[in-house]
Design a protein around this ligand. Structure first.
Ligand SMILES: NC(=O)c1ccc[n+]([C@@H]2O[C@H](COP(=O)([O-])OP(=O)(O)OC[C@H]3O[C@@H](n4cnc5c(N)ncnc54)[C@H](OP(=O)(O)O)[C@@H]3O)[C@@H](O)[C@H]2O)c1
Length: 274
């Protein structure tokens, strides 16, 4: 969760890139200065003091059964705490997540839903990083194409929705500019990094067994199975112009992301040679 505090700083500072006033911001997660934990509702109220707009990122995913009651309790508390605007990060093509979207839409507060495609950064900061470094991205993704999106583009859309006008009541389905299969994405990473990493297609059963063997919790294994079967069935295999409509510029291509990430050495340690 990210939060925007209502209290302006004594000395108004500006962003050197945009010359717009900087807004006071409070990070909301377990490691934040004021810790916020979705699994511990007693941490929610302190994090909301003085906040006027909140960005809700539920962990692990809005599609899990624990999400709707948590989102309901959180939005009710936010309204009582004086929050006026909510932006919810949701998953594109996840019908289960839409129960949570409706709770936010019915909260009585100004709302914006940002429904996102799969993040490009899954390969560098998330679940697939270690697979890339190991040289073999073995997943049951098949040849379904996905418009991977750069999380910096999501962040820019969210900041616009939190701070700008004209975004209330909008559902933005944000995607990257191009469809790639997982094999295409891994080939882009191999090209950008000059390292021998390849995509390997495995069955859903082998995938689930591997996760269980690695000690991944059963409910998380279920979530990953859901994401790789129901969500990755081709329903999201088209791009949208939402990023361009909100920001007035195109979203960043996966190739640019891969080049930038390769250059900072995130995939160092990956198998040498193509
Ligand atoms: N990954 C994708 O491709 C994708 C696509 C569409 C939508 N989404 C949505 O994006 C969200 C984040 O996904 P992700 O893949 O970025 O997950 P992630 O990498 O696991 O995100 C972890 C983040 O959540 C915080 N966090 C973890 N447990 C928490 C808890 N109990 N309470 C509060 N904060 C907690 C962590 O910070 P601390 O360790 O400091 O708590 C960390 O900042 C989910 O709602 C997911 O559905 C993801």
């Amino acid at each position: 969760m990210g939060l925007r505090s209502a209290k302006p700083s004594a000395r108004e500072e500006t962003d050197w890139r945009t010359a717009l006033p900087l807004r006071p911001l409070r990070r909301g997660s377990r490691s934040a200065e004021i810790p916020f934990d979705w699994n511990d509702p007693t941490t929610w109220e302190p994090a909301l003091v003085g906040v006027e707009a909140a960005y809700i990122v539920y962990t692990p995913d809005l599609a899990v059964p624990a999400a709707p009651p948590a989102i309901r309790e959180f939005t009710e508390l936010a309204a009582r705490s004086g929050v006026r605007r909510l932006v919810l990060l949701s998953g594109r093509g996840e019908e289960e997540a839409q129960r949570c979207e409706r709770i936010v839409q019915d909260s009585g507060l100004a709302w914006t839903i940002v429904r996102s495609s799969w993040f490009s950064q899954n390969f560098s900061e998330g679940a697939f990083h270690d697979l890339v470094v190991g040289g073999e991205v073995a997943l049951p993704a098949g040849d379904v194409a996905e418009p991977f999106i750069d999380v910096d583009d999501i962040a820019d859309v969210v900041v616009a929705a939190l701070t700008g006008e004209g975004h209330s009541g909008q559902v933005y389905e944000v995607t990257g500019p191009r469809l790639l299969t997982f094999a295409d994405a891994v080939a882009e990473i191999a090209e950008a990094s000059g390292r021998g990493v390849r995509y390997v297609q495995i069955t859903h059963e082998a995938f689930a067994a591997g996760l269980a063997e690695a000690g991944i919790r059963a409910d998380y294994v279920e979530l990953l199975k859901y994401l790789f079967t129901i969500v990755l069935d081709g329903r999201n295999a088209h791009v949208t112009d939402a990023v361009e409509r909100v920001l007035g510029r195109a979203p960043r291509d996966f190739r640019e992301y891969a080049r930038e990430v390769a250059a900072i050495g995130v995939w160092h340690g990956a198998v040498q040679g193509a």
